[in-house]
Structure formats: C-alpha cells, structure tokens
Design a binder for this molecule. Sequence first.
Ligand SMILES: O=P(O)(O)O[C@H]1O[C@H](CO)[C@@H](O)[C@H]1O
Ligand code: HPA
Length: 271
Amino acid sequence: MYNKVMETVEFLNERVEMRPKVAIILGSGLGDLVDYIEEKIEIPYEEIPNFPVSTVAGHAGKLVFGKINGVEVLAMKGRFHYYEGYEMKQVTYPIYVMKQFGIENMIVSNAAGGINKNFKPGTLMLITDFINMFGTNPLIGKNDERFGVRFPDMSEAYSKELISLAKKVAEKNNEKYEEGTYLGTTGPSYETAAEIKMMSIMGADAVGMSTVPETIVANYLGIKVLGISCITNMATGIAQTAHSHEAVVDIAVKTGERFCKWVVDIVSELK
Ligand SMILES: O=P(O)(O)O[C@H]1O[C@H](CO)[C@@H](O)[C@H]1O
Ligand code: HPA
C-alpha cells in the first residue's frame, strides 16, 4: 500500500504546484463549498492512479485544489462509502494520500440524521466524538509503521484545538451550531426506530454512514480532524416521515450556504 500511496502522491505533485496543509471532505449535498475556492485545479478521481471511483448520487468525484481567502486547500468532492462495496482500505485511501501530500488539518463533513431531540433539519453539529458501529475498523490488517503505530490513541479523535477555533469563529460571526457525538454505521439501509432508540441510549446525537473510517485513519496518521455534520432529517422514529436520499441532499444543499460560510471562516484562520 505504501508504494501505491507514494505513486498517487507523485502524480499529484506533478499535476499541482500548491502544497495545501488543509483538506476538506465534502458530505452529501455539501459540494457547493468548491464554489468558494479560487484558482481551482480539479482532478477527477478516475484520472488519479490507484484512486477508487465514487458511485453514489450527489457525489461528483474529484479532488479540487485551490485557495480560500488565500489559504491553500485540497477539497474532496465525493467520498467513498463502505456500503458501496469498497474495502475499508479503499474508503480511507485518500487520507493516506493526504498525509503524504502534506495535509496537517482535515475538515470532514457529512449529512446525518438527528438523534438529539434538540436538533432539527438544518442544524449544523460540531462533532465532538464518534461511536464506531461499522463492525470493523479501517486499521485491521498488518500495520505499516511508516504510517503509524499499531494501537493509535483516539482520546482526541476530533481536535480540541480545531473545535475551539470553530466555536470562536462561529461566535464571532453569529453562526448557530450544536455539538454532539456522531455514530457511524454501514448503511445503506436507514436505521429502524428500534436501532435509533438504542443509539440514543448509547449516547449518539447524530447518525450517518461515513466519517468514522476517515477520522480513525487521520488520527492514526497524525492529521488533526474537525468534523461538522449537517442534520438533514430527524432519525427514524423521531421523524414520522420516511427517509430518502433525495430529501437528505435537498436539505444539505439548502443548509449549504451556512455550512460553507462557517467552513470558509474556519479555513481563513488556518493560515
Ligand atoms: O455521510 P455522507 O456521505 O455525507 O452521506 C450521508 O447521506 C447518505 C444517506 O442519505 C449516506 O451516504 C450518509 O452517510
Ligand atoms: O437518518 C440518517 N441515517 C443515516 N445516515 C444518514 N444520512 C443522512 N441522514 C441519515
């Protein structure tokens, strides 16, 4: 895997002059953030050696390099989900590439179902911790010490420093947010009402089908993580209506402007 990652990094080094230290993973319906990026260089995943190709609607599948208020960034428009049939190592492959490319801070975003009853569709939730219910871990397998240690610490899965920066920026700009624990599960079926009841008892505030694998690998590699969930719907049993991915994307797009503004303000402070 190490050689494959280095091959991908070499390709990117040749294609792009920028050396961003900040990466942003855009969740379902949150891709409009790329409109805020200047001096863009876009590379579709299919052109990148060893990169998986995304298949889910609402995910375009490209890396976007550029600047936000003068800060160089690397955005992933379209991510890889376990439910698409990828191996965990494929789902998290871009994170390994980011690390070798020089990324130090990663902002991971997602669309998620709200379990905390104080939330509503359109709530932006700062992720303070995660619960891994994928039933697996992206680090299973022989460990390559060139990447990280066998037993990585997860006591600060989401960087306290980045969380306090995000809060400071939100308060300064009067941006509303909530905080909570994100529970990641495989999907692709949405949860049953009984499952949501269990997740609520476990301490989850939001549920989704991504983010946890990327967060685990970023911590393993020594990348600091900030997580933001866009609550697109209240979870099963709390909401009385059925879920659809179209409705999820619709609400994420509608919340997109507030999400983008916050992320732009955060990134601007990461000079
Ligand atoms: O987590 P992201 O990719 O934002 O998308 C969320 O929305 C999809 C379900 O509607 C799932 O992929 C879930 O994880
Ligand atoms: O209710 C949900 N459950 C799981 N994933 C999701 N992504 C958006 N909404 C949801």
